[in-house]
Design a protein around this ligand. Structure first.
Ligand code: FES
Length: 183
C-alpha cells in the first residue's frame, strides 16, 4: 500500500469513529431525555427532602416502651430496652444470625438501651408490629411482621421468616439525654 492509500484508509477509520461517536452521543442524549420524566418522578418531592432530619422528644418513653415516629414519611421505631431485653440481645451468638450484628453496633455507645430502627420490614416493606402491639412479646421479644411472618428479636435483628436483613438503623444522634435527632 502506498503512503497515500494508508492515509486515506486512516481517514476512513477516523470518519467512521466520528460517526459512531456522534450516534452514541445522540442516543445518550435521547435516552436521557426519555428517562427524565421517570427520574424526576422517582426523585423525592421537595417536602420530603426538606425533612432531612427530625428531632424527637424521648423523655416520656419508659424502659420496655416504644413509640413510632415518622422520618421522611416512613415509620421509625424508638424503643427503650429494659436491662433484661439488653441482656437477651447480648446473649445471642451473633455468628448464627442471618444478618450478624451486635446490639452494641446497632446503638450509640453509652445508650445501648435506645434502639432506633426503621419500622419497615426488610422483606417487602410492611410495618412490623412493635412493643405493645399484640405478638411483640413473642419468641424473640422484638418485632413481628404480620404480612408474611418475619420475626425480629429485641435488637430488631431478623430471626425467622422471609426478611433478609435486620430492621435498618437510620442515621441518628442524641441532641441531649431526652432528644434524639434522626437523619
Ligand atoms: Fe414483612 Fe413480608 S413484608 S414478612
Amino acid at each position: 500500500a502506498s503512503i497515500a492509500e494508508a492515509t486515506m484508509a486512516g481517514d476512513g477509520v477516523r470518519r467512521r469513529d466520528f460517526i459512531n461517536i456522534a450516534a452514541v452521543s445522540f442516543a445518550g442524549v435521547g435516552g436521557l431525555a426519555a428517562l427524565y420524566p421517570l427520574i424526576s418522578q422517582m426523585a423525592p418531592s421537595a417536602d420530603v427532602l426538606a425533612e432531612s432530619s427530625t428531632e424527637i422528644d424521648i423523655s416520656a418513653i419508659s424502659p420496655g416502651q416504644a413509640i413510632k415516629a415518622v422520618w421522611r414519611k416512613q415509620p421509625v421505631f424508638i424503643r427503650n430496652l429494659t436491662p433484661e431485653e439488653i441482656k437477651a440481645a447480648d446473649a445471642v451468638d451473633v455468628s448464627t444470625l442471618r444478618d450478624p450484628e451486635t446490639l452494641e453496633k446497632r446503638t450509640t455507645a453509652g445508650k445501648t438501651n435506645w434502639l432506633i430502627t426503621m419500622g419497615v420490614c426488610t422483606h417487602l416493606g410492611c410495618v412490623p408490629l412493635g412493643a405493645g402491639e399484640g405478638e411483640v412479646k413473642g419468641e424473640f421479644g422484638g418485632y413481628f411482621c404480620p404480612c408474611h411472618g418475619s420475626v425480629y428479636d429485641t435488637a430488631a435483628r431478623i430471626r425467622k421468616g422471609p426478611a433478609p436483613k435486620n430492621l435498618e438503623v437510620p442515621p441518628h444522634e442524641f441532641s441531649s439525654d431526652t432528644v434524639v435527632k434522626i437523619g
